[in-house]
Design a protein around this ligand. Structure first.
Ligand code: ATP
Ligand code: MG
Length: 408
C-alpha cells in the first residue's frame, strides 16, 4: 500500500487545559528532530493531532521512529483520495485487499463528513461505502459494536483521508515537559527501565552513577555509559554524573556492622544525589527499586534509606514483577547491555546477610561515628565528572584514571 500521510494522535496531556500548547510545541519540536533525516516529509498541525505528509518518504521506517516520541499514543498510515464516492470506495477496497483476509472478519465503515458541501452525510456514507465492500469481500461481516476492522473515512474539501490501522505508540508526556530528576543508574536491569519510565512521564533525567575503582572495573563504567547512551536516544541527550565512591564505601567496612553496609551505602548515594540535584536544578530522585526484590528494597529498608533525602524518591518499578521489568528492558534496548557481567560497586560489597530490617537509630549512630563522612560526601561531589551523551557518542575507555589495564 502506498500511503500519503501519517496521522499522529496525542496522548492524555490533551486533557490538561493551559499546558496543552506547551506540550504540543514540545512534541512538534521532537517530531521535527526526527524528520530532519526525512527531508521530503512535512508536518501539518491540526487541533489535537498532527499529520505528516510523506511525499515519498518510507512509511514503515518513519513510523518506527515516530512511535518512540513521548506524548504520541498512536499512528495511522493514511491514503488520501479525491472526495468522490467512486474514488473513496475504490481506495477502501484496496485497503482491504492488501490485508489478504483468510478468516471471517468483523467490519464497519466509520465516515465523517467534515466538508459539508459533500453530497452524502456521514451515516449515508457508511452504507454507500460499506455495501460494495461487503459484496466484494465475502469474508467481511458487519459488526457495529466491536469490529476487528474499522475503515475510517474522513471527507474534507481538499481530499478524503482513509485509514484502518491504528498502531500503538509509546504515549506518556512530551519530552522533558514535567521537570527534572536525578536517576541513580547502576549497570543492572532495573535502573535503566526506571529511567525510561521517568522520561516517558515527561521527566528530564540526569544520570548519577557511583563507581569504586579499583573494586569495579573500567568496563563497568563503560557499560553504564553505554546504557545512558541508549537512554539518550529517548531524550535527545543525557547528562551522566560519575561519582567516585571508593572512599565512602570502604569507610563502611571494618565497622563490625557488615549487615548494614548496603543501607549505609544507599543513604550516602542519596545524599550525594541530593547535592547534585540541587546543583542541577532537579526536584526528585529516581531509583530502580522494586518492592521486596532484594534486602535493601523491603519496606523497612526503604524507610531507613529514604530518610537520607528530603527530595521525593520516585520508584517507577516499585510494584512491578521482575519479568515485567525484563520485558520492558528488552523493548527499550537496554537488556543485552544490562546482562553483561561487569561488577557493580554494590555487588562486590554485598555481605552474607544484608539486613532486611535496619534500625534507623543504629544507622544514624554509625554515620555519626564516621566523623569524616560529611567531608567525604562533599569531596565526592567535587570530584564528580559529568559527561553529556547523545545517541552518536562514542564511549571510549577512560585512560585518565591512572589505573593499569592489567589490574583487572
Ligand atoms: P539495578 O538492576 O538497577 O542495578 P538492582 O535490583 O540490582 O537494580 P540494587 O543493586 O539493590 O538493585 O540497587 C537498587 C537501586 O539503587 C538501583 O536500581 C539504582 O537506582 C541504585 N543503584 C545501585 N547501585 C548503584 C550505582 N552503583 N550507581 C548508581 N545507582 C545505583
Ligand atoms: Mg544493581
Amino acid at each position: 500500500m502506498k500511503y500519503d500521510m501519517l496521522l499522529l494522535r496525542f496522548g492524555e496531556f490533551t486533557l490538561k487545559g493551559k499546558n496543552r500548547n506547551r506540550f504540543e510545541k514540545t512534541i512538534i519540536t521532537h517530531v521535527k528532530s526526527v524528520l530532519a533525516s526525512y527531508p521530503s516529509a512535512e508536518i501539518q498541525k491540526e487541533y489535537g493531532r498532527l499529520y505528516i505528509a510523506l511525499n515519498g518518504e518510507n512509511a514503515p521506517e518513519l513510523i518506527a521512529e515516530l512511535k518512540k516520541i513521548f506524548g504520541i499514543v498512536s499512528i495511522s498510515p493514511v491514503v488520501v483520495c479525491a472526495s468522490q464516492l467512486d474514488k473513496i470506495i475504490e481506495t477502501g477496497a484496496s485497503f482491504i485487499e492488501q490485508m489478504e483476509l483468510l478468516t471471517e472478519t468483523t467490519f464497519k465503515v466509520t465516515a465523517k463528513r467534515a466538508w459539508k458541501a459533500f453530497p452524502h452525510p456521514s451515516q449515508e456514507m457508511n452504507h454507500l461505502v460499506g455495501s460494495p465492500l461487503l459484496k466484494k469481500f465475502p469474508l467481511l461481516k458487519v459488526s457495529m459494536r466491536n469490529p476487528e476492522l474499522q475503515l475510517r473515512v474522513e471527507i474534507r474539501e481538499q481530499g478524503t483521508y482513509i485509514y484502518c490501522e491504528v498502531i500503538p505508540a509509546v504515549g506518556g508526556f512530551p519530552r522533558g515537559s514535567n521537570g527534572k530528576a536525578m536517576l541513580l543508574l547502576s549497570g543492572g536491569i532495573d535502573s535503566p527501565v526506571a529511567g525510561f519510565s521517568s522520561m516517558r512521564r515527561g521527566l528530564e533525567v540526569d544520570c548519577v552513577h557511583f563507581y569504586s575503582y579499583p573494586f569495579t572495573s573500567r568496563k563497568a563504567k563503560e557499560k553504564v555509559l553505554e546504557l545512558a547512551k541508549v537512554l539518550s536516544g529517548y531524550a535527545g541527550s543525557v547528562k551522566v554524573h560519575l561519582v567516585p565512591f571508593t572512599e565512602i564505601q570502604t569507610s563502611f567496612t571494618g565497622l563490625g556492622q557488615d549487615n548494614l553496609i548496603i543501607t549505609l551505602m544507599r543513604r550516602s548515594m542519596l545524599r550525594i544525589a541530593t547535592m547534585l540535584a540541587e546543583r542541577e536544578g532537579a526536584l526528585a530522585i529516581v531509583t530502580g527499586d522494586s518492592l521486596g526484590q532484594v534486602a535493601s528494597q523491603t519496606l523497612p529498608s526503604m524507610n531507613v534509606i529514604g530518610k537520607a533525602t528530603e527530595l521525593p524518591l520516585l520508584r517507577p518499578l516499585v510494584m512491578m514483577d521482575k519479568s515485567e521489568i525484563i520485558e520492558i528492558s528488552k523493548q527499550i534496548g537496554t537488556y543485552e547491555l544490562s546482562i553483561l557481567p561487569y561488577e557493580d560497586c554494590c555487588t562486590l560489597f554485598v555481605p552474607k546477610s544484608p539486613t532486611t530490617n535496619p534500625n534507623l537509630r543504629v544507622v544514624e549512630r554509625i554515620e555519626a561515628s564516621i566523623s569524616a563522612l560529611p567531608a567525604m560526601l562533599e569531596d565526592a561531589v567535587a570530584r564528580t565528572e559529568t559527561v553529556l551523551l547523545t545517541p552518536d557518542s562514542v564511549i571510549e575507555a577512560d585512560r585518565e584514571d591512572g589505573i593499569d589495564d592489567n589490574w583487572f
